[in-house]
Design a protein around this ligand. Structure first.
Ligand code: GTP
Ligand code: MG
Length: 199
């Protein structure tokens, strides 16, 4: 997709702090350091609009970005990082659960998983939450550049099997090589309702 504008909107810790719902919205979830903020920057063709870090636990709040005045993209805080303070770890679940439960314009959630990892209980739980809200979810295998082309396919199959999906349902992505960027925009546009597309 041609990006004509991309801007940070706001950070929220609770549903009341989220921007007024309007445009079709897509949220990205996954373990700390999996590459959520990097994926958003790649989607938006911006280097540092979403702040990234080699140290896990960079994104602690729900961050909203507006693209082409048409979509809202949401960077959710990551889970599973042991060194994040206990207080923040306890706040993660109500924050993310509250957001997923209460956001009526949420069209789909992307669950990110590092291509080198197998899905664990956190990923299964997240997919269950999202499904229980009636929101569609899709899976993105991140950092695909870290493994060979052959290994990309074996890893994709493993991740899919772990989540009881078909391999085609797992998108390969790299913020480094931009692999999968076009396909991901295509997936997102498909989830936006036709009436939103026209608006
Ligand atoms: N090689 C490679 N490195 C990546 C890729 N995506 C992200 N990284 C690196 O992984 C680290 C974490 O990336 P972030 O985008 O900050 O991860 P995050 O999921 O937003 O992390 P939290 O905000 O802590 O939850 C950074 O050092 C990135 O440069 C990728 O596709 N390929
Ligand atoms: Mg982040």
């Amino acid at each position: 997709m041609l990006i004509t504008s991309a801007e940070f909107v706001t950070s929220a810790a609770r549903i009341e702090q989220c921007p007024p719902p309007g445009r079709p919205e897509f949220a990205f979830a996954g373990r700390s350091n999996v590459g959520k903020s990097s994926l958003l920057n790649t989607l938006m063709n911006r280097r540092r609009l979403a702040l990234t870090s080699a140290t896990p636990g960079k994104t602690r709040l729900i961050n909203f970005f507006r693209v082409n005045r048409r979509y809202l993209l949401v960077d959710l805080p990551g889970y599973g990082y042991a060194r994040v303070a206990e207080r923040e770890r306890r706040s993660w679940r109500p924050m993310v659960e509250g957001y997923l439960a209460g956001r009526e314009t949420l069209k789909a959630v992307g669950l990110l998983i590092d291509i080198r990892r197998d899905p664990g209980p956190e990923e299964e739980l997240l997919l269950r939450w999202v499904a229980s809200r009636g929101v569609p979810a899709f899976v993105v295998a991140t950092k695909a550049d870290k493994v060979s082309r052959n290994a990309q396919e074996t890893r994709r199959s493993r991740i899919a099997a772990g989540l009881e999906l078909d391999p085609e349902e797992v998108l390969l992505f790299s913020a480094k090589t931009r692999l999968g960027r076009k396909e991901l925009w295509h997936v997102l546009a498909g989830y936006a309702a036709p009436e939103d597309e026209r608006a």
